[in-house]
Design a protein around this ligand. Structure first.
Ligand SMILES: Nc1ncnc2c1ncn2[C@@H]1O[C@H](COP(=O)(O)OP(=O)(O)OP(=O)(O)O)[C@@H](O)[C@H]1O
Ligand SMILES: N[C@@H](Cc1ccc(O)cc1)C(=O)O
Length: 320
């Protein structure tokens, strides 16, 4: 792979990279450079999480070192349950990531509480705390905090810790869904104030909840397509999903776009002859055009999606 090919792999399906120039620098020489995603261990691993996990696989393939942070202290600060329960979920999550394609030998799994309770770490968070305004810390949590209206101190502490994670884990590329953007920007702006380099950031799109609307697919609210769902569960959830005519705000279209087309060369939507026969698509754009024009009926799009999503999770599901 040459530098341009690596750059394309690193940035494919990303919603944004900050900055593009820095992404090129990483692609020019990925050896020894480190990328990470942090997850709050709560609920189940779902296909929304897999957008970031798939990006980690791309980064590994491009030659970067990859770290998965199981952010137990963050989950605790964000009100996701008892510390013991969170730690049990962390272990299940680690097993899930390995079953679904992250190479165990090439991925560093780190539990937050293993290093976030050290003195030096705490002093770094305190150094940031005297430099970052309350307003900025609070705003950075607008898409991450569980309780937005009346935040507690834990929710202000949270983004400062996330920034210090980046420094302490020696991360060059911080990866997350686009909901992590404001925290990454805070880290870029303020880590240099306490003697660390500003990280490059890469954000994936966010998969919308199957109910549609503004909510993301989430493990603590709603009913996500979980990585260990049976074919029947997947079928029930997808056939029930919000799928208006057209692609706007349509979670079914998003799953085709971000999960199916990157992995399957061709998508076949089976239809009886009397409704025009099977449709074949080689790219998301073709399917999107037909959804937008009405040539592809939402019900047919959903029926076909069941088989593809099942194919996606089948192999990993058998391992967990
Ligand atoms: N629906 C989604 N689509 C894309 N990325 C997601 C989605 N949900 C979570 N992520 C990404 O996964 C990482 C971990 O997120 P997080 O632990 O908050 O997951 P979650 O399921 O939303 O949890 P919770 O529902 O408990 O808040 C973040 O980088 C986040 O952007
Ligand atoms: N903020 C992430 C979790 C996370 C925690 C700590 C980090 O260093 C990175 C990510 C979320 O929304 O779930």
């Amino acid at each position: 792979m040459n530098a341009q090919e690596r750059y394309e792999l690193i940035t494919r399906n990303a919603e944004e990279v900050v900055t593009d120039e820095e992404a090129h620098e990483i692609a020019d020489d990925p050896q020894g450079k480190r990328a990470y995603v942090g997850y709050e261990p709560s609920g189940v691993l779902h296909i929304g999480h897999m957008l970031t996990a798939n990006k980690l696989i791309d980064l590994q393939d491009a030659g970067m070192e990859v770290v998965v942070l199981l952010a137990d202290v963050h989950a605790y600060l964000n009100g996701k349950g008892s510390f013991d329960g969170i730690q049990e979920t962390a272990e299940r999550m680690r097993e899930g990531f390995v079953a679904f394609g992250l190479d165990e030998d090439r991925t560093e799994f780190v539990l937050g509480s293993e290093f976030q309770l050290d003195d030096d770490y705490t002093l770094d968070v305190q150094s940031l705390a005297v430099r970052v305004t309350l307003n900025r810390a609070r705003r950075s949590m607008s898409e991450v905090a569980r309780e937005e209206e009346n935040p507690n101190v834990g929710q202000i502490w949270y983004p400062l810790m996330q920034a210090v994670d980046i420094a302490r884990l020696d991360i060059d590329l911080a990866v997350g869904g686009i909901d992590q953007r404001k925290i990454h920007m805070l880290a870029r702006d303020h880590l240099p104030d306490i003697g660390y380099e500003a990280p490059t950031a890469l954000h994936t799109p966010i998969l919308t909840s199957l109910e549609g609307g503004d909510d993301k697919m989430s493990s603590s609210e709603g009913d996500p397509v979980a990585m260990d769902d049976s074919r029947e569960d997947i079928r029930d959830k997808i056939l029930d999903a919000y799928c208006p005519p057209g692609t706007d705000g349509n979670p079914v279209a998003e799953i085709y776009r971000y999960h199916i087309f990157p992995r399957f060369e061709k998508v076949v939507v089976e239809r009886p002859e009397k409704y025009g026969g099977d449709l074949e698509y080689m790219s998301y754009e073709g399917l999107a055009n037909d959804l937008d024009s009405g040539e592809l009926h939402p019900q047919d799009a959903k029926e076909a999606l069941v088989g593809y999503v099942d194919g996606l999770v089948e192999e990993g599901r058998e391992k967990i």
